[in-house]
Write a protein that binds this ligand. Structure first.
Ligand code: ADE
Length: 231
């Protein structure tokens, strides 16, 4: 999968792309991430990419020209799924991460400033928000998308680390986990996990998942009860 990111702050991605599972996925060519600084496409002599809003008001607005020129410079941009990350988008979910992971090529535009010139929207297919709060720019949101899309790509996570039991993958939060030691400060590991009975362990984990979801996320619990697929 190829991901192109249009950003004014490519350096923000350095640590993210060079550590842990992301770095491994890139090294193994399971995903390719290109950072495009669209300031370089500004035709303004000061390389400005924002301007005052028509009609007045606070803040600056991202201009359409540098975004359009940067976007159309990307090879294969016409066939790519073009995404804007904005608080006005559809809320991102695990289900959308799975959907997006099936694309061959996505392009993500990270906004900044007070907003985008509305005409930018004409060149993008979908808008995604990572939650009901406002960030200073789209870079963190883009990283959230890239991370969650990458980790569900085939072969990115080994069978041992499988994402198939992730929270949300069946409308349930994950069951509790334990590792050594068996006892810490008088707190013990549930007996069922120690007896090697895999049927019982599976049942216990499922029940714990349901209990936890019911307690913490009534909305998900109800969806699970209805048998609805996660969305
Ligand atoms: N840019 C600023 N805030 C955002 C959010 N919540 N989601 C996506 N992009 C954003």
């Amino acid at each position: 999968m190829r991901i192109d990111v249009l950003t004014l702050f490519p350096n923000m991605f350095t640590g993210f792309l060079n550590e842990s599972i992301m770095a491994r996925a890139i090294k193994n060519q399971l995903v390719e991430v290109n950072l495009i600084d669209f300031r370089e496409f500004s035709t303004n002599k000061h390389k400005k990419v924002d301007d005052y809003p028509y009609g007045g008001g606070a803040g600056m607005v991202l201009q359409v020209q540098p975004v359009y020129d940067a976007l159309t410079s990307i090879k294969g941009y016409k066939d790519a799924l073009k995404i804007m990350v904005t608080p006005q988008g559809e809320t991102f979910t695990q289900c959308k991460a799975y959907d997006l992971s099936k694309q061959d090529h996505i392009i993500i535009l990270c906004g900044h400033y007070e907003g985008f010139d509305e005409r930018i929207r004409d060149y993008f297919d979908i808008e995604i928000s990572i939650g009901d709060y406002v960030l200073t720019g789209g870079e963190l949101a883009a990283m959230v998308l890239i991370d969650s899309i990458t980790r569900v790509q085939p072969q990115v996570i080994s069978k041992d680390e499988s994402h198939l039991n992730d929270s949300f993958s069946n409308d349930l939060l994950e069951h509790p986990h334990y590792t050594r030691p068996r006892e810490f400060n008088g707190k013990t590991v549930p007996e069922v996990l120690l007896n090697g009975n895999h049927e019982k362990i599976k049942k216990w984990r499922y029940e714990e998942s349901v209990k936890r979801t019911k307690k913490r996320r009534q909305d998900l619990y109800e969806k699970h009860q209805r048998g609805g697929n996660f969305e």
